[in-house]
Design a protein around this ligand. Structure first.
Ligand SMILES: [Zn+2]
Length: 178
């Protein structure tokens, strides 16, 4: 899916303000602390966009600085290498392990990274951007329904996010009543 969607989905599922916070939410004082002091919300957004940021993002930034604008062609090989690393089970396992070893509390927001790749698998069809989930062991990829070809996939994703936030709101409201 598109990069913004990944950030929002990651924040929705893998932050304390989002679903992972359950009924309790980000902290005891829900109203005052909401959004601004829940660092997991922003960290989950960041890890949600990271796999694209650390691969294609580099290409787009280099192109922009070179004055070429945003181009989908002329993507250098090392960007595809980074795309393979950030979008494969092995790459995720190694990076996730290092992140959590470095800072334990990252275990929750860093889950937005595998969530990104799992949601890429069905929403990228055959072609250059098929999700290289088994890299470097196999070139195999699941040939899904590309979100840039099928608008129902794109809008379905955003509707799903909206439903998940409704669920979060219901959880928090039912907590206050009890
Ligand atoms: Zn991606």
């Amino acid at each position: 899916m598109d990069t913004l969607f990944h950030g929002v989905l990651g924040a929705t599922l893998c932050s304390r303000t989002g679903l992972a916070g359950g009924r309790r939410g980000p902290g005891s004082d829900f109203k005052r602390r909401w959004l601004f002091s829940d660092w997991t919300l922003w960290a989950a957004f960041f890890f949600g966009i990271f796999p694209d940021l650390a691969s294609l993002g580099i290409h787009f930034m280099m192109d922009a600085f070179a004055g070429n604008g945003v181009r989908w062609h002329g993507i250098p090989d090392f960007v595809f290498f980074l795309y393979n690393v950030t979008h494969s089970l092995l790459g995720i396992a190694v990076c996730y392990g290092l992140l959590v070893a470095w800072k334990r509390a990252l275990w929750l927001p860093a889950l937005a990274w595998p969530v990104h790749v799992l949601s890429d698998v069905p929403t990228h069809g055959d072609g250059r951007f098929i999700t290289p989930i088994l890299w470097p062991f196999s070139d195999w990829g699941f040939s899904g329904w590309s979100w840039w070809v099928h608008p129902q996939v794109f809008f379905g994703g955003w509707i799903l996010v909206a439903v998940l936030w409704l669920l979060v709101i219901v959880l928090r409201l039912t907590r206050r009543k009890t």
